[in-house]
Design a protein around this ligand. Structure first.
Ligand SMILES: *Cc1c(COP(=O)(O)O)cnc(C)c1O
Length: 650
């Protein structure tokens, strides 16, 4: 916004008032009915900015409406005149802080007051905006509102929308509780994005009471009525009431935003088949028993316009030449590629496209990091947010193992690889930053050792972002999807790679399972414990067992322990070794090392047979149609939104 943006249009005439602080007040309305109102509030203005979003060949342009927070007073002249200069600017600053930065989405940031303000600000502004459009056409008649609206809650971040819609309908539009609840619980639908307990939003009741007192009152009422219904169905089961309650009562009272979202929604979905299964059987098991019909799966997808057509122009042209242009609108048409996997001429052209993309990436890597990728070597890539559950550490241990093999004289048997890492760490996530440091130190040792020439290069590309992924996914041979089974809700990077012809090495986690089903198990490098085995092993995990059973792993850990990768920085990797050797390591990195190492050897062996590798590369692309976000959106519409689809224009 600093420099302006020509596609962004300020709409000051549609500004909204957002309430904070104050208290809830009861009064009698003109008909003598008891009503609530939120009074003595400090208001913040929500100013809309519109960006047009053109559809792909459907003659529709949607509006993306973004909100900027602004102070209701430009400046408190009274305070200023009384000499309170800092106080006079503070109110303005405080209001504008709300939309200053977006909290990073990385499953770790939690419990920050500014974030709750931001969440309520955005939910309230958007709901008020939609309601104003409705009232302009239908007046105060909300009978058909639910038929015409659906709010798809993208994680719990906007789940304040549940009590806020109740408040608007009751306090601002005079509906009674039952009518308001019927509308709210028939318009809200919730998508869950993670099972990690540390990422589930919980807000202190104390904070809610101070910041959003009227909303808290409504949440308590929703919870009271909900728990009454549960008690009717399961009399005397107090433990069940405690488990289901929107309010957590152990220690400081907390609002469980996921429970609020489930109770307030008519649909609850996970983002891959396994994830939805685990939602129903574990995280929301009690809710699932109560309302099985609410739960459904919507496996994620990625848009082929960005992740194939735009990101990979060389492949785009080859595909269109070979199978025609229909894949652009219906990615299932990629199936027509499969027979050409057996065609030597086509495989040669496929390989030529891949070489173009790999040269483009090698140039970028050289410019950004000074690392010279080995021409013709396998590009082995793990790019994603840095998180312990994603197990960049497992990959790092494997790189050390490859290096160790070269150093002990097996260089000629090690398939040449360029190992690429990229990913951001949350600002306060110590271990994630230490993992980045380890990868950089390993890269430094490996890349400067003459014995690795032509065999191994390691690179950590900084500032991972969409524009980098566009180049990376088009040039990757082996896609690393190695999270601890049961922890990655879906993953979408895995789909971008597959679409562009990478083979996947991965665990049975998230959408990997569906990727393997789609391409066929013989065309996927599967390793590691499955989700059930991971949960059975918990409490009985002994890392030393895996060390004793695998001499290669023992050597890798010894190298780390000796300070080989931190000669001038003593002790810096102690925290990493400590978690790896800890029987309470939730990610069980060492448990999967041997199986990972062996599967990497299979991948390396296949790479030496380039004909076979290119064949599988083509088959992976050909089977990736189901991971188009067009399919995902079609399913959301068929099961949840029920809109009439547009007809494509030629
Ligand atoms: C696709 C993508 C992600 C998600 O990657 P996962 O491997 O699914 O975690 C994250 N960041 C960027 C920049 C991406 O393009």
């Amino acid at each position: 916004m600093k420099n302006g943006y020509p596609w962004e249009l300020k709409r000051p005439e549609r500004v909204r008032h957002i309430h904070f602080f104050g208290r809830s007040d009861v009064y009698k309305d003109a008909q003598g009915k008891l009503q609530h109102r939120w009074v003595d509030t400090h208001d913040v203005l929500a100013v809309p900015y519109d960006i047009p979003i053109p559809g792909y060949r459907n003659e529709v342009v949607n509006t993306l409406r973004l909100w900027r927070a602004a102070s209701t007073d430009i400046f408190d002249l009274g305070e200023f005149n009384a000499g309170a200069y800092p106080e006079a600017v503070a109110a303005k600053n405080n209001a504008e802080h709300i939309s200053m930065v977006l909290y990073p989405n990385d499953s770790s940031e939690n419990g920050k007051e500014l974030r709750l303000r931001q969440q309520y600000f955005l939910a309230s502004a958007s709901l008020q905006d939609v309601m104003a459009d409705w009232v302009a056409v239908h007046g105060e008649n909300f009978t058909h509102f639910a038929e015409h609206h659906c709010f798809q809650l993208n994680d719990t971040h906007p789940s304040c929308a549940v009590p806020e819609l109740m408040r608007l309908l009751m306090d601002e539009h005079g509906l009674d509780w039952d009518s308001a609840w019927k509308i709210t619980s028939h318009t809200m639908a919730y998508t869950n994005h993670t099972l990690l307990p540390e990422a589930l939003e919980r807000w202190p009741v104390r904070l809610f009471r101070q910041l959003l007192p009227r909303l808290l009152e409504i949440i308590f009422e929703i919870n009271g009525r909900f728990l009454q219904e549960v008690a009717r169905r399961a009399p005397g089961d107090n433990a069940l009431l405690q488990r289901l309650s929107i309010i957590e009562e152990n220690g400081e009272q907390m609002v469980r935003m996921a429970h609020l979202a489930v109770v307030g929604s008519f649909s609850v979905n996970g983002v891959a088949a396994l994830h939805t299964e685990l939602l129903c059987d574990e995280l929301f098991a009690d809710f699932h028993k109560l309302w099985p019909q609410k739960f459904n799966n919507k496996t994620n997808g990625v848009t082929p316009r960005r992740w194939l057509q735009w990101a990979n122009p060389a492949l785009r042209e080859l595909l269109t030449e070979q199978i025609g242009p229909d894949w652009k609108n219906d990615l299932d048409h990629l199936k027509a590629l499969a027979p050409f996997a057996e065609d030597a001429t086509f495989r040669k052209r496929w390989d030529a496209v891949r070489q173009i993309n790999k040269a483009r990436l090698a140039k970028l890597v050289l410019e950004q990091t000074g690392v010279h990728f080995i021409p013709g070597a396998m590009v082995d890539t793990q790019v994603k947010r840095i998180h312990e559950y994603k197990r960049q550490l497992l990959n790092a241990l494997h790189v050390i193992h490859l290096y160790d093999r070269i150093k002990r004289g097996e260089g000629s048997e090690v398939t040449p690889r360029n190992v690429l890492f990229a990913g951001k760490a949350a600002p306060g996530y110590f271990m994630a930053k230490r993992i980045i440091k380890l990868i950089n130190n390993i890269a430094n040792v490996v890349n400067h050792d003459a014995d690795t020439a032509g065999r191994l290069r390691v690179c950590f590309l900084p500032d991972y972002r969409v524009s980098l992924m566009e180049q990376i996914c088009a040039a990757t041979d082996l896609s690393e999807q190695i999270s601890t089974a049961g922890k990655e809700a879906s993953g979408t990077g895995n789909m971008k790679f597959m679409m562009n012809g990478a083979l996947t090495i991965g665990t049975l986690d998230g959408a990997n399972i569906e990727i393997r089903d789609a391409v066929g198990p013989e065309h996927f490098f599967l390793f590691g414990l499955n989700a059930q085995e991971v949960s059975q092993l918990r409490g009985n995990y002994h890392p030393e067992v895996y060390l004793q059973a695998d001499h290669d792993l023992q050597r890798v850990m010894d190298l780390l322990h000796s300070g080989y990768f931190n000669a001038f920085e003593p002790g810096i990797f102690d925290p990493i070794m400590h978690t790896l050797n800890n029987p309470h390591d939730p990610w069980m990195v060492l448990a999967d090392f041997t199986s990972y190492k062996l599967k990497q050897q299979e991948a390396a062996a296949l790479w030496r047979d380039q004909t076979e590798w290119q064949r599988l590369s083509i088959l992976n692309c050909a089977a990736s149609g189901v991971f188009s976000s067009d399919r995902t959106i079609r399913e959301y519409n068929a099961d949840i939104w029920h809109l009439k689809p547009l007809v494509m224009t030629p």
